[in-house]
Design a binder for this molecule. Structure first.
Ligand SMILES: Nc1ncnc2c1ncn2[C@@H]1O[C@H](COP(=O)(O)OP(=O)(O)OP(=O)(O)O)[C@@H](O)[C@H]1O
Length: 275
């Protein structure tokens, strides 16, 4: 435990140095009194959060506290579940995405998602990446080739797959498949990338690659990541939100959450006393 605290403090010191040069960032998502019910089950309780662009926001908390539900409200995936009822506002770039006039198809072009288990399509590596742009009407082969290369480079997997672009993506390792899924997400040029425990099914080396990638990607995108891994949250995020029983108990700079949390329940969770 002492080593863990020392490691966190060191990580905090790095992130504090990095942040000293940061200017004020624009809000990307603001939730206002956001509540969500699955039937009678009140899964999100009056969530008020402001998430900023070009930052990594980690969502942490014990199993069943509403982490996945929360990020799935941000791209309105959760409303595919018939029993779901939502109240409050989710403002994305100054527009309320819960407003009936806001088209979910538009939202999905701005907000991409990477899931816990890599889920490439049973198609070639090339087709996995070209799929989204093709749906958006891009047919020009040269242009598609450029998008595929740029997206695979962006996901730090180009060198590993450039000579096998027309092989099935299922032939790749789990870590490579997850980076293909990130590249697929980048190909639609999103603004925000939601990640739901993207490394929980991966080995430590693949996990490290994804963590390094997240640090690169935040220069161009805003990233909201659900993680059960406290060290991962401390290593890669700028801000952390601690959820418990559907509520946000604490939301702050990651260095503050991990070195000097305001709420006893946050401290108990990050030091492993429960969850
Ligand atoms: N499809 C669903 N139908 C009904 N209830 C659901 C559904 N999905 C989640 N819930 C309930 O909502 C609550 C929050 O679940 P959620 O999956 O968001 O938690 P989580 O923090 O992501 O958990 P985990 O860390 O285990 O993935 C839980 O009580 C869960 O049982």
């Amino acid at each position: 435990m002492v080593e863990l605290v020392a490691e966190r403090k060191q990580m905090v010191s790095f992130s504090t140095q990095a942040k000293s040069a940061v200017v004020t960032k624009k809000p990307i998502f603001q939730t206002r009194d956001l509540n969500l019910w699955y039937g009678e089950d009140h899964a999100l309780k009056s969530i008020n959060l402001e998430l900023h662009e070009n930052e990594v926001t980690a969502i942490i908390g014990p199993s069943g506290c509403g982490k996945s539900t929360f990020i799935k409200t941000l791209n309105r995936m959760v409303e595919l579940i018939p029993v779901v009822r939502i109240s409050g506002d989710i403002v994305y770039r100054e527009k309320n995405i819960l407003d009936k006039s806001y088209k979910v198809e538009d939202l999905r072009t701005h907000v991409g998602m990477v899931f816990q288990k890599p889920n490439p399509f049973p198609k070639s590596i090339y087709e996995n990446i070209a799929y989204g742009p093709k749906i958006h009407g891009i047919r020009n082969k040269k242009f598609l080739d450029e998008i595929v290369e740029k997206s695979l480079r962006g996901a730090a997997i180009w060198d590993e797959v450039k000579d096998r672009l027309h092989e099935n993506a299922y032939g790749l390792s789990g870590g490579q498949q997850q980076r293909i899924c990130i590249a697929r997400c980048l190909a639609i040029e999103p603004d925000v990338i939601l990640m739901d425990e993207p490394t929980s099914a991966l080995d430590p080396i693949s996990t490290l690659k994804i963590e390094e990638l997240v640090q690169e990607l935040k220069k161009d995108f805003s990233i909201i990541i659900v993680t059960h891994n406290m060290q991962q949250a401390a290593r890669i995020s700028d801000k952390t939100a601690f959820f418990l029983n559907g509520e946000v108990i604490e939301f702050d700079e990651t260095n503050k959450i991990f070195s000097n949390p305001s709420d006893k329940r946050t401290e108990d969770y990050i030091t492993g006393r429960f969850g």
